[in-house]
Structure formats: structure tokens, C-alpha cells
Design a binder for this molecule. Structure first.
Ligand SMILES: C[S@@+](CC[C@H](N)C(=O)[O-])C[C@H]1O[C@@H](n2cnc3c(N)ncnc32)[C@H](O)[C@@H]1O
Length: 338
């Protein structure tokens, strides 16, 4: 249960709660909630596939791309980074009808108090409630908002180049301002004789696929599977130079749900967050998907932080595996399906 969503819904509940506009509302970072079923004309936008799937399964309307239009109410459940949060304030502002209300909810540990002050610096007026270790804050567009501040936040939503590279990324996606050192280690150890069809699981903005296409000339196809739609769109741009050959295929896809094909090789730097059990489970789910999606004789190339316990999954998988390299932070685990 997302407690910031519970706090958001409190803004509209009880005798003192705000009225829900009959003309409709937009929800950026949409996550389903039972109380939303009573709302009319609610449109959601959610760049993360598992959450978009949950929103769809609950029967709500959603658009893949940021919806165009203006709404009297725009709700925001921001992502994790500062730039992304401020960018989403600007995206919400652009979609707010005159006199409309922006409502944001965040966990305290994600800096809710600080971001409430940031929004107040642009809107002048702000109201907030605190509950469940989260804050929901909202402001009414009264014609006096500081549009220069919103414009500076809007720029944070634009694609940016990673310094000293040609790679484009966006605020909020994984490794948005540098090449991940774990992925760089893996790229340096990938054999140049890789061939056939390859899957890149959790492909991000396309770094590993780019390295494969540069160095492994016998690869005929790479399928990129990525949950974050924004990252996948950056990958499409970053790999455009390979596309005359039509070799890269982009899938907005939840890897934990399995893959539609079998592969000669799979590369991955699975998602994780130190110390959070559920995220180690996410990495394990990636590994299980990879194991079941390799052809016989297919090869797996994985990089992970050294403390993550993926060896146990490989040990019970029946694959022949070895630790191919390690440094102070990362290890490379290579495996073959016999
Ligand atoms: C550690 S990053 C690696 C990104 C990229 N391969 C690189 O080397 O820069 C893991 C990636 O997995 C993606 N991801 C997280 N959960 C996912 C899921 N359930 N299905 C597909 N991708 C997911 C994240 O958005 C992130 O881009």
C-alpha cells in the first residue's frame, strides 16, 4: 500500500474534504485507489509498466504519453529524484485549467516538507495535511503564480546529454547523469563472439545494447525490455544510428511477467536497492525470467552488486555458472543453459 496515496485521498474525504470536479481530473504518476472509482472522467499517466498495468487492471482510463489538455484538478505522485519531482510540478502546471488546483502527495522521507516549500515559492498559496508519515499539499492557480520558476522546472523535464557522451537521458530514469559503473564493467567483459538474438533485461536508456551492437557483429537482433517508458524512449534515440539495420526492438514491458521469446544470450544489470528485501526479490524475479527465456546452449551475462545473493538462484537453476570477474563493488556472473 502506498501511504502517500492514502494521504492524497484524505484531501478529498470527510465533511471538510475538497470537492471532486465533475469536469474531470488528471493524475500524474497514477496509482489505483478504491475511492477513485466514484470519480468521473479521471485520466491517468504512469511511466512505470507494472504500475500502469495495475491502473489498467483496476479499470481506469490512461494515456501512454503525457496527456494534452487542461484539467481543473491535477494530482501528482512524484518519483524519487529532485529534478523529476520539480519537472512533474511543471508538467502538472502546464495541464492545469485557470483557477484549477494542483495536489501533490509524497512521503516525508522523500523530502515532502522541502518540496512543499518549493511549490509554495512558485504558487504563493499552499495548504497541506500530514498523515501516515506523508504530506499532501495543494495550491490553487489564482493568476499570480510565478511562471519563471515553473519554466525553470519545465527545463528539468527535457532530455539531457550525459557529459562527454552522446547518450540522452531524462530526469528520474536510472543512471540519468552517468554511465552506471556496473554496466560499464559488464560491457568490458562481454565476448565479441556473441551471436544471434539477444535480450537486454531492464535495458534503461540503452547502454548495454549500444555496446553489444558496437562490439558483437554477429548479433542479429536485440530486444530491449524496460519498465520505465521514459528510459525506453531515450534508448530509442540513443540507438537510432543502428536502426537502418532494424536490429533493436523496444518493449515497454514488466520483466517479472516473463518474455515472449527465447534467446541465444541475455544481458542484464537487474534493478535493486540496498537493504530492501522486496528489491532483492525483483532481481531474483529477473533472474528467473532470464533462466526460462534462454535457448538450450544460451548464455546469461549478469552484473550485480557483490552483496546481492544471486548465486543461490543460479545454483538451483541447473545452469552452469561462474563468477567471471569482480571489483570492490560489482561482480559479473556468467551462466550457460545446458
Ligand atoms: C540497474 S538498472 C540498469 C539499466 C541499464 N541496463 C543500464 O545498464 O544502464 C535496472 C533497470 O531495470 C528497470 N526495471 C525495474 N523494474 C523493472 C521491471 N519489472 N521490468 C522491466 N524493467 C524494470 C529500471 O527502470 C532500470 O532501468
Amino acid at each position: 500500500m502506498r501511504m502517500e496515496l492514502e494521504t492524497l485521498m484524505l484531501v478529498f474525504s470527510g465533511d471538510e474534504g475538497l470537492a471532486v470536479p465533475a469536469e474531470g481530473a488528471l493524475f500524474l504518476g497514477a496509482v489505483p485507489h478504491g475511492a477513485l472509482r466514484a470519480w468521473s472522467a479521471l485520466t491517468g499517466w504512469q511511466p512505470l509498466k507494472p504500475l500502469a498495468d495495475a491502473w489498467d487492471a483496476a479499470g481506469f482510463a490512461r494515456e501512454d504519453d503525457l496527456p494534452a489538455g487542461r484539467w481543473p484538478l491535477v494530482m501528482v505522485l512524484p518519483g524519487k529524484s529532485r529534478d523529476e519531482t520539480l519537472a512533474w510540478f511543471a508538467l502538472a502546471r502546464e495541464r492545469l485549467a485557470p483557477g484549477g488546483r494542483m495536489v501533490v502527495a509524497m512521503p516525508n522521507k522523500a523530502g515532502a516538507g522541502r518540496f512543499e516549500k518549493e511549490l509554495a515559492s512558485a504558487t504563493g498559496n499552499i495548504s497541506s495535511i500530514q498523515k501516515h508519515k506523508c504530506r499532501a499539499f495543494h495550491a490553487v492557480e489564482d493568476g499570480k503564480w510565478n511562471e519563471e520558476i515553473f519554466e525553470s522546472w519545465r527545463l528539468l523535464a527535457e532530455r539531457r546529454l550525459i557529459p562527454e557522451t552522446q547518450y540522452l537521458t531524462q530526469a528520474g530514469i536510472f543512471s540519468s547523469d552517468h554511465v552506471d559503473p556496473g554496466s560499464a564493467l559488464l560491457a568490458n567483459h562481454l565476448p565479441s563472439h556473441l551471436h544471434g538474438s539477444v535480450a537486454d533485461l531492464g535495458a534503461g536508456w540503452g547502454y548495454l545494447t549500444d555496446k553489444i551492437l558496437q562490439n558483437c557483429r554477429k548479433v542479429s537482433r536485440v530486444d530491449l525490455f524496460e519498465a520505465d517508458r521514459r528510459a525506453l524512449e531515450s534508448a530509442e534515440r540513443n540507438l537510432a544510428r543502428w536502426q537502418p539495420e532494424g536490429v533493436a526492438h523496444f518493449h515497454w514491458h514488466d520483466v517479472t511477467q516473463g518474455l515472449p521469446s527465447q534467446y541465444d544470450a541475455i544481458v542484464m544489470n537487474p534493478p535493486f536497492h540496498t537493504g530492501q528485501a522486496t528489491d532483492v526479490d525483483l532481481g531474483r524475479a529477473f533472474l528467473k525470467t532470464a533462466i526460462s527465456s534462454l535457448k538450450r546452449g544460451g548464455k546469461l551475462f549478469l552484473v550485480a552488486n557483490r552483496q546481492l545473493p544471486y548465486e543461490a538462484v543460479l545454483e538451483t537453476s541447473g545452469l552452469a555458472w561462474r563468477k567471471a570477474a569482480e571489483d570492490k563493488i560489482y561482480k559479473l556472473l556468467f551462466a550457460e543453459k545446458r
